[in-house]
Design a protein around this ligand. Structure first.
Ligand code: GUN
Ligand code: FE
Length: 431
């Protein structure tokens, strides 16, 4: 069936989404209607007015909103699963920076980004916030590759002009700002894959560079992504580098790159102080919670339950390659598992995350950074996954809710049989 380019249709199957963090909305053998790339509603029986839309009948398959990865490093995919025996700063110096240097060579970058891109397209992720490297050409190539595949993402050319190895350090803040401006202008023709300003983290960005990026932010109205309060040694280092700030977050806020008028994602926030949390809440900063990364680099476990109670915006991130897997199903499972360990070992006041909360964080929670994304409620962008879970065998007759629950722990990319972003079919393997 010709589906590419169709903007009005319906999908039939077992629908599941979380309108809020405490509630799974499940419609068995229901219809979700796509109209001009947006969700027109979910129905048990199809309303008359949509009966002339083509309907893809997925039978007993599961249909859920696409998953959102708020934090992933594309160049680090090359060494996923390798070198996990160090903490953050040593890990960066030993494994990460030597790999990222290689993206100066466009041939290497193309080979590496093709592998990342192809796997990423097959994954459950429909929206992502991606770090590239400091290299403009390679970053643009990645953006164009993802755009051609129909993916929707923010991608950042990374900025770093201090405390970085010679061959992975921009040649002064002026050059860094000039290259970044040029890159922003080169992104003009891209529609679904957009630029996001990406100061790597405070230790690798001089005051002058932060000032210059702040000016670019205001001029082009770009969002910002970075790292925050990930590791205790890193936080101490920031204290020494910025003696005039009372918390790490203030070192971004000083340059108006910490929410407010500037949409901002901060990865990790494992050790954010109360003052920092207050700023994040008041200024609408998004936390990208990356539980696998925080485990692998022994960074700690972020108090996500507290952030939710306090009304901070939270989504999930794979943080490859500190996290090993692009699977946002795996990240949901780890978010729950880490919250249980934190509850048991360090703070019995903060109850573990539930399945619906993890699902919400990976869909509507992170999706909010992109606007109306991550739900099948009316008006939401039509991002959807169709899952065939037959292969996950059981002698029991499972309910749809049980089938959704086990996906967090058991789903593999091969179970995803179709993927849609803003109504566009990215791939379809059956039906
Ligand atoms: N902080 C600065 N750079 C990085 C990075 O590449 N990964 C992680 N996890 N933290 C960082
Ligand atoms: Fe990261």
């Amino acid at each position: 069936m010709e589906k590419k380019g169709l903007s009005c249709y319906s999908l039939k199957g077992n629908l599941c989404y979380t309108p809020n963090k405490d509630e799974f909305c499940i419609i068995e053998n229901g219809y979700v209607v796509c109209k001009d790339g947006r969700c027109a509603g979910v129905y048990e029986t199809l309303p008359e007015k949509y009966k002339n839309f083509p309907c893809m009948d997925y039978g007993d398959r599961l249909i859920l909103p696409g998953l959102v990865d708020l934090h992933v490093h594309a160049p680090q995919y090359a060494f996923r699963g390798i070198g996990m025996d160090l903490e953050l700063i040593d890990w960066l110096n030993t494994h990460t920076f030597p790999e990222e240097q290689k993206y100066k060579e466009l041939d290497y970058a193309k080979r590496a980004y093709r592998i990342f891109g192809e796997d990423f397209i097959q994954s459950a992720t429909t929206r992502a916030c991606i770090f590239g490297t400091i290299h403009t050409e390679a970053t643009l190539w990645l953006m164009e590759f993802l755009e051609k595949a129909g993916m929707s993402a923010y991608v950042g050319k990374v900025n770093m002009d201090r405390n970085s190895p010679d061959n992975l350090c921009e040649a002064g803040w002026r050059q860094a700002a000039e290259d970044t401006e040029k890159w922003i202008l080169q992104c003009k023709n891209l529609k679904q894959v957009k630029p996001i300003l990406t100061p790597r983290f405070i230790p690798s960005c001089s005051d002058e560079l932060m000032e210059a990026l702040s000016k670019l932010q205001k001029r082009f109205h770009l969002p910002v992504q970075s790292h925050l309060s990930e590791n205790l040694g890193e936080i101490q280092w920031v204290r020494e580098l910025c003696p005039d700030t009372s918390c790490y977050g203030e070192a971004y806020d000083k340059y108006q790159m910490f929410g407010g008028e500037c949409p901002t994602i901060m990865a990790h926030c494992v050790h954010s102080t109360e003052e920092e949390q207050k700023m994040m809440k008041e200024q609408g900063v998004f936390v990208a919670h990356c539980p696998e990364s925080n485990t692998n680099l022994s960074s700690g476990i972020a108090p996500i339950r507290r952030y939710l109670e306090n009304g901070i915006c939270v989504g999930l991130g794979s943080d490859v390659a500190a996290g090993t897997s692009l699977s946002m199903f795996r990240v949901m499972a780890m978010a729950i598992q880490c919250s249980k360990l934190r509850w048991r070992l360090t703070d019995q006041r903060l109850a573990p995350l539930t399945v619906s909360e993890a699902f919400y964080l990976a869909t509507k929670g992170g999706g909010a950074f992109f606007g109306k994304v991550g739900s099948f409620e009316q008006g939401y962008e039509f991002d959807a996954l169709v899952i065939n879970d037959e292969e996950i065998r059981s002698p029991r007759k499972l309910t749809v809710k049980e089938r959704i629950e086990r996906l967090l722990y058991l789903a593999e990319d091969r179970h995803i049989i179709a993927k849609y972003i803003s109504g566009r079919e990215i791939f379809s393997k059956e039906a």
